[in-house]
Design a protein around this ligand. Sequence first.
Ligand code: ADP
Ligand code: ZN
Length: 750
Amino acid sequence: MSPRDRLVAVAVPAPFADALTYVVPDSMPTPPAGARVAVEVARRRTVGVVVAHVDEAPRGVDLKPVLAQIDQQPLVPPELLRFLRELSSYYLAPLGEVLRAALPPMGREDAQRVIGVVPERERRAAGRVSQRVRLTGAPMPPTRSASAVVLHAHLVAHGEARLAEVARALPGARAAAAKLVALGVAELVSREDEARPSFDDRVARDAPPPLTPPQARAVDALTRALDAREGSTHLVFGVTGSGKTEVYLRAIAHALEQQRGALVLVPEIALTPQLVARYRARFGDDVSVLHSGLSDRDRQAMWRRLRRGDVRAAIGARSALFAPVPELGVVIVDEEHEGSFKQEEGVRYHARDMAILRAHRAGAVCVLGSATPSVESFELTRTGRALLHELPGRAVSSAMLPTVQIVDVRATRPMPDGHPRISSVLHKALAATIARGEQAIVFLNRRGFAPSVVCEACGEIASCGACSVALTFHRRRGALVCHYCDHLEPMRARCHKCGGPSLAQQGIGTERLEEALTAALPEARIARLDRDTGGGARSEKILARLRRGEVDVLVGTQMVAKGHDVPTVTLVGVVDADGGLSMPDFRAGERTFQLLVQVAGRAGRGSAPGTVILQTRTPEHPAIALAASQDVARFVASERALRAELRYPPFSRLAMVRLDAIEEADARDAASSLARELATSGPVRAGAVSVLGPAAAPLARLRGRYRFQLLLKAAARPALRDALLSLGPARRALTRKVRLVVDVDPVSML
Ligand code: ADP
Ligand code: ZN
């Protein structure tokens, strides 16, 4: 063994360093890169991942030994490890933090090897390991113990059994088991419990339909790209219902035929059993589903199955980006324009951008899909970095795109006896739809009853004590709620400022909309879907009622906007199309446009034609007007021109430096000193990077902390990176009171 094998760089979950060097003791084989080891950092035992073998020890440092090796085989395959290192460098995030975000949480078995022996009793209590009793195969001698006979019969019928389980059903089972063991008929084994099987239900396999000509062209291109075994990026731009998913399925099938793996990323909100079923129908149950509801154990089991190559396809939300899919062949990012692909805590990565990178490095094909692609992804196709495949019509030809009607609420009467926010046009259309026995969706992107509560005497707005935002009145709960920190308090009887007794409930949220529609359409069965009515299984229940025709009008937030395919919905109403336009964010227009097109896409998915009614105060705004004509290409062209002029992405690179502290002055001073230091940095002095701010963040206070930010803008990434890396003394001088976050390619500007 050469001496270089005896030093390893280990990334540990600590913010201060990328990797630390350790010595492998003589008694231990050299752990491979990607294996976890136990090491000591600042006198504490912790788990790190070997990221490299090192040639030379850093000078003047007393090297500590590796304490234990946790994995014999690398837990992180080489392709993934290289990718994580690159991601860490791209986002200026410590590698240890990246590994912590990427790897499944460590199980107790492994933890034991690090922290020491955990008593058997405790292990069993934790449910990771259970004692089982099973037959040895030796014949059963006659015995007078009735319970031993019963247990023996049970084991003959069922094979192995968990002792704890039989003990619950059969009194004296433990004694009976001991008896069987003494007779040599049975033995006790301690074994790690199998993780639950992945799926509880069955899904019938489907046969691939013949492709439409545009689908066939896209599939052809993707198949050729896979055969080339080179990294390439593709954008599948197809209206809702154009059959993008079928294109993904074919690309995945081809990758699997090549004995390669596939990874599918979808927005968390779209990761429903219905969606997963489409993949299972094609590929069977050998699909790993990675979602936020998984227990640590299931997550580990999924990881192991992928790692061993037992399963070659994984589907999941953002963090599935890190799935150890073997021999990656294809990476799909569905709804690539979705902002939720950006992780907004810890390591702030963008799963779509990183999917492109991972695929590229792995020689895999990356497929981005959307009905409303982002300006960034379109730009990739303009500059030849990605290939564009268009699916211009719906796959099922009878399903027509809906007609859209704009209602300028400034010039339209409200409905006769209902709420002023519901126009007579929308009211009539709803009534007519219900009369025809069809269904409608009414969209409003604000939950709660009234978005603000205002004192009629002094004009004071009831606001959150910890955040600089108005509290929303929720009537069902009789409470004021902060939608940013979830603070909840009873509805106030008086103004907190002047003591005035009359508080006006202003504006409309989904709760109030539901009530207004119930009053306006007394015959209709109305249901609501938003975060307050529940996510996951409960929202599935509400949607199932809609599909069975038990609901006439579904009211809701963007939870109703995305991905649901309900053929009998023929009318979609948008109460306040301008809602998101006033956000202080250069993507506000794009987001509004995308959301409106998505919502509109819920109408007319079956054979009956669909209608969309957009209520707006700014019908001339491109995001509204072009959403109405569903002209994605023109919207992107106009948005592109705007971004080019203002030098926003994709025509520049941004990084946001955020500082927050409990005391306003602490955050402000820290922001100023960082700004001063940035001003003296090379790239800023050379004009390659401009700095906007420091300024109070639009959301100036959140969860009790004042927030300040600096926005860095550059034509190219290296200069931006240099400027961020130049933050030395001022960054080190930050006290513990101040938190600093560097957000590369920020999505949230708040
Ligand atoms: P998208 O993902 O673009 O929104 P989907 O893949 O959900 O579109 O397709 C919409 C509907 O069209 C689905 O019901 C799907 O089964 C059907 N479909 C897709 N491709 C075909 C095809 N080639 N032939 C027949 N039906 C198809
Ligand atoms: Zn709050």
